[in-house]
Design a protein around this ligand. Sequence first.
Ligand code: FAD
Length: 503
Amino acid sequence: MRLLVELSLLTLVAASSSTGAGSSVTTPLGDFAPTKGSTCACKKLSCELGEVILPSSATYVVQAAENYWDVRADLSPACIFLPASADEVSKAVSIFKSCNAQFAVRGGGHMNYPGSNNIDGGVLLALEKLNNVIVKRDTIEVGPGLNWYDVYSALEPYGRAAIGGRLKTIGVPGLSLIGGFHYFNNKYGYAMDNVVSYDIVLGNASQITVNKSSHPDLFWALKGGANNYGIVTKFTLRTFDIPKVSTTIQVYNESGIPDFLTAVCDMAMLDDKDPIAAGMVATVQYNATTKVASASLLGVQEGVSRPPSQFANFSAIPATTRINNVTTMKQWATDLDSPKQMFRVMFSHKTMKPDADVLHSIYKTWKDAVDQIADIEGLYPTFVINIASASAARVARTNGVGNVWGLEEESHILWQFSTGWALAQDDLRVEAWSRQLAEHLHAINVKKGIASEFVYMGDAGEWQDPFAGFPKENVARMREIRSSYDPKGIFSRLNWGGFKLGI
Ligand SMILES: Cc1cc2nc3c(=O)[nH]c(=O)nc-3n(C[C@H](O)[C@H](O)[C@H](O)COP(=O)(O)OP(=O)(O)OC[C@H]3O[C@@H](n4cnc5c(N)ncnc54)[C@H](O)[C@@H]3O)c2cc1C
């Protein structure tokens, strides 16, 4: 069991695109003067709602820096407020509006787009005190201060599971609002497809409940629309009867990588009408110093078939490690940690139709290109592959609600460069390298006719515009819905960070 835990951690550190060592480095926070708006808001929050955390507070560094996964997200807010109820979120929004104060909102703090969840000189609203959880017969009500481990833990005694994050410390709100890749998307759809109701504070500070029959336009827009509409204070998630899961951890050396990439494409192309829920984290790691590459699979399948039947193609590849187990979602997540504060990380991702030869060629080009930046301190390059299956898209196409992605019932491979490094001086160099490489390889796929313009916010770099890959009519509809629910532009003008719809 100990081996399992150690391996899981090692693999997950790679899968989470970190710099491998897992040690924590806190950069000194910058010295940003509060704006007129934030000075007004910090004062009012303190007078009307109680304690705000100021730069002089003992807990300021934890809140402004250490609660973030990517060191680049460590910024210097003028003050930090931790609302304890939806009413306090509403009052805070009203204060931001009246003071014209810029603000950021943090859930689990995992988004590595600097400024998406933190702010220099503005107000940070950190949601961790909104941590209520209520388990019902086939749903769970979850506060946005919780992470997916909290959800899986609350559901375990009932033998049920929700569709959420694959790592335990990812926040419920960020992942649910952008889509949500889980192991079981192929059967149950994405996390967003399984939110049955949202309680949300709008830009005018009103609180509404949004579901299929109440504000159905906003209900649709919240399914992938990110932080463009308001602050969600409660998610009600559908749950499923999944008392046990069958898991497999496999590690392959370099000679197994071609077969590994083929097995990933084979899995993407499976399109059962009645799928067995199964999915994975698939990664290739490359050490630019030793010039050694290896691949790893973390596979999870619903039920107790041991080994998990859907991973037979992977199990046929000679592996240096292969551990099969039957466990619960909570126990699996327990062993797969992602520390709160990692190094600097740049994501770049593109999408294509499953094609093992092309995927292999992308991997080889990436590996060769890594050698160009091998001198960067703390370099930790990972090639990550995710599957968006036809059956996952079918859920939204047949559930009477849909989502903003509007994906056709086709399978896709999301390929991603996830590059960790140590020093701020290399930020621009890593971004330029990663972006140019991704754009170059995508352009080749465009010529071949196998590229898709779909970009997932959870895997994208801040240089990417995921909305450009959504159907144009969906983006137009999302903007109309935004105009109707946030006519004053509170969630674009004052809360401007992250993947915003633009004008
Ligand atoms: C190590 C790692 C592993 C990952 N694994 C997966 C995975 O398995 N599957 C997957 O789909 N994605 C994965 N992701 C991507 C992840 O889903 C996103 O980064 C997601 O935004 C994280 O959610 P959070 O609550 O932790 O984020 P935060 O950084 O707190 O928030 C993300 C964005 O949402 C906004 N926001 C937060 N709370 C609210 C709210 N209540 N109302 C409105 N807006 C809000 C924030 O302002 C911010 O713009 C992973 C990311 C990392 C770093």
